[in-house]
Design a protein around this ligand. Structure first.
Ligand SMILES: NC(=O)c1ccc[n+]([C@@H]2O[C@H](COP(=O)([O-])OP(=O)(O)OC[C@H]3O[C@@H](n4cnc5c(N)ncnc54)[C@H](O)[C@@H]3O)[C@@H](O)[C@H]2O)c1
Length: 248
């Protein structure tokens, strides 16, 4: 599988390392990193060069993701997107991909563990909707270079809660006393790959759902899995589709 890495930063490099480790384990070349595209060579690459790969994996920045997605659509290359912080345009891109038979997959978090956390979060929110003595808050902690806040992962989990929780109408990225608002607290601490906590608390007890990433390997392996899965699909997908979870 010929891969174009669009964005060769922390995640691009982690995906390359995971791909090479997988090849070594299998004793054959399953993944070939055919193109490494970063800010310094992005504009010198032609559409024809990009079209040579089987799939692109995009981890850049909120301001560049959409241009890269459209570039892959134009080249007819399936694209797996990990960049967060641009998702006000997600629905538009998903609709375009579906209508025009493009291959597009976005996940705010590719780690299998986080996707299990999402699944448990949806189930817990449906249960806790009936127990009005509990209030809810969320915490996310990331490294200090992270550009978006709250994290795409926290936002995804928050929207899943809001869908299921009658007593919350919206989220806010700070502490709040407003009873119908779900607070998401963001902390930035050097070298933290990503920690997320959903907490239900009452006078009697607390229930916490927590995911702690120890490194970037989980995101990288999940993105490679998603890329392989997407190869023969047309339309817009998410990691829930890859893993067979029900997101509704
Ligand atoms: N979905 C997930 O599982 C997941 C996991 C980790 C990080 N992320 C997100 O992925 C994104 C990248 O994270 P990172 O930690 O690798 O960041 P990073 O800053 O280490 O790397 C981003 C790279 O993209 C390059 N870049 C910028 N503009 C570009 C362009 N137009 N074309 C090509 N390359 C360009 C930069 O030069 C840099 O090397 C962020 O939005 C982050 O929040 C998502």
């Amino acid at each position: 599988m010929k891969i174009a890495l669009i964005g060769y930063g922390k995640m691009g490099k982690a995906i390359e390392a995971a791909a090479l480790a997988k090849n070594q384990k299998l004793g054959k070349t399953l993944y070939e990193i055919a193109l490494k595209i970063d800010i310094d060579n992005r504009d010198t690459l032609t559409l024809e060069e990009l079209a040579q790969v089987d799939v692109a994996i995009e981890f850049t920045s909120p301001s560049t993701a959409i241009r890269n997605i459209n570039w892959c659509f134009e080249a007819g290359v399936p694209i797996v997107v990990g960049t967060t912080g641009w998702t006000e345009k997600l629905e538009e891109i998903r609709q375009y991909a579906t209508t025009n038979h493009k291959s597009f997959l976005f996940a705010p978090n590719y780690s299998i563990g986080v996707n299990i956390f999402f699944e448990m979060n949806r189930r817990l929110a449906s249960i806790m909707n009936q127990y009005e003595d509990y209030d809810i808050d969320m915490l996310e902690v990331h490294h200090t270079e992270k550009k978006d806040s709250p994290s795409g992962t926290a936002l995804h989990a928050a929207l899943d809660i809001l869908k299921r929780m009658g007593r919350k109408s919206d989220w806010v990225n700070q502490a709040t006393d407003e009873k119908d608002i779900l607070p998401i607290i963001s902390e930035r601490v050097p070298n933290v790959p990503g920690t997320h906590v959903v907490r239900y608390f009452s006078e009697i007890d607390d229930i916490e759902l927590k995911h702690t990433a120890h490194n970037r390997k989980g995101f990288a392996l999940g993105a490679l899995l998603a890329a392989e899965w997407l190869l023969d699909k047309k339309g817009a997908y998410s990691m829930e589709d890859v893993l067979g979870f029900n997101k509704d």
